[in-house]
Design a protein around this ligand. Structure first.
Ligand SMILES: Cc1ncc(COP(=O)(O)O)c(C=O)c1O
Length: 383
């Protein structure tokens, strides 16, 4: 399949025939490939029973690691396959020593699971600084700079903010973090797949992402990168048998962690999710995040121009290069607007005080036209 034949790629996602779907920011579309991969998992289960672990499923975990590593410029040994972001955070923070440096820096535009995780560590003496945003779009690098010092253990923040689509300059932030001897964790759930990233060039210590959105792999799977040099010194205190070097020795007396990032994995993975997830990652690698970014940026800029032309108030970065594939429109009663659009077969999403529209590579300009026309109609009396 030619990488840039967008119409052909669109056919891979049959749900797009039934609805105008501009909501990848919440959940990516199901591909034919993910559906057949899950069917393959079910067939293997029926055919082989438990021996499917040895013949296929353990290899599937490795394949997932390789596909994700390729997207972010890492090696497969630096990738752990996890069930969700919250368990990635638990695995990482259970490996860190907060006794000498007890501070974690995040910001109010980060996804709540990130801040909640570290706020939950308060009884263990961890303090969390949650930086404010001056405009609800971004947080200036200077604010991070002012908050990070020798007491900081970790800066944990998103590359792309889920309520403004703003793309942070991760390399500049990593430089600040490292100059103070701290570590940087990037929650890239809203970035990986839709915008290229190279974890080596950006000097990230930990990156977490997952299947739900731009990696079109569905729920139940997350991916975690840990910089190679850090792996041997990090011993998760929350662990399990999948983290062990000799798991099939079934030795309950000794703990010997794997030498790669799989030491963070802990327990049995949801195998159906592995199959759906890998198919999504393969599609992203086949098209390539650079081409996806180009296409998604074009669709978003078209959408922004149409909305601004009709007088809608947008909450987006001033510079289009800083805008990911998420267009946030400030609106009264977003729930009602989302419902009325759904009645017209148009799927978008809402967050407090705003709606989010998120065209991805499989969407089209004519779908932008449809969503803007419908929005104008349902909000006419209020604007
Ligand atoms: C930036 C970001 N982080 C994390 C999550 C989800 O975290 P978890 O996998 O723990 O449910 C989401 C969305 O669901 C998100 O947008």
């Amino acid at each position: 399949m030619p990488a840039l034949d967008w119409e052909t790629w669109r056919e891979e996602f049959p749900g797009l025939r039934r609805r105008t779907y501009l909501n990848t920011v919440s959940l990516g579309q199901l591909s034919n490939r993910s559906r057949s991969a899950v069917n393959e998992f079910l067939d293997l289960w029926a055919e082989f029973g438990a021996s499917a672990w040895y013949s296929h499923w353990m290899k599937e975990i490795d394949a997932v690691r390789r596909e994700f590593a390729r997207i972010i410029g890492a090696s497969a040994e630096e990738v752990a396959v996890m069930p969700n972001i919250s368990s990635c955070l638990a695995a990482i923070s259970s490996s860190l020593d907060f006794s000498r440096r007890s501070r974690v820096v995040s910001c109010e535009l980060d996804f709540p699971t990130l801040t909640h995780h570290f706020l939950g560590k308060r009884p263990l003496g961890v303090t969390t600084s949650i930086l404010s945003s001056p405009d609800r779009v971004h947080v200036p690098l200077e604010a991070f700079e002012a908050a990070i010092d020798r007491r900081t253990a970790l800066v944990a923040t998103c590359r792309v903010f889920f309520t403004s689509g703003y793309i942070q300059n991760v390399k500049a932030l990593a430089d600040v973090v490292h100059s103070q001897g701290a570590l940087i964790l990037i929650d890239d759930y809203q970035g990986t797949g839709q915008i290229p990233i190279d974890v080596k060039a950006t000097d990230i210590d930990f990156l977490v992402s997952g299947g739900l959105k731009w990696l079109i792999g569905g729920p139940g799977i997350a991916y975690m990168y840990v910089r190679r040099e850090l792996i041997p010194e990090l011993q998760p205190t929350s662990t399990g048998w999948f983290s062990q070097q000799r798991m099939f020795d079934f030795d309950p007396m000794n703990l010997e962690f794997r030498h790669d990032a799989a030491r963070f994995e802990a327990g049995t993975p949801a195998v159906a999710a592995l199959y759906a997830g890998r198919a999504g990652l393969e599609i992203i690698n086949e098209i390539g995040p650079a081409s996806i970014r180009q296409r998604t940026a074009m669709l978003n800029q078209d959408l922004v121009a149409r909305l601004q032309g009709r007088g809608f108030r947008l909450r987006i970065p001033d510079n289009p290069e800083r805008q990911a594939g998420i267009t946030v429109v400030e609106i009264e009663d977003p729930l009602e607007v989302v419902r009325k659009l759904a009645d017209r077969g148009i799927i978008i999403d809402r967050r407090p005080g705003a709606i989010r529209i998120s065209p991805y590579f499989y969407n089209t300009i004519s779908e932008n036209e449809m969503v803007v026309a419908a929005l104008e109609e349902v909000t006419r009396s209020r604007r």
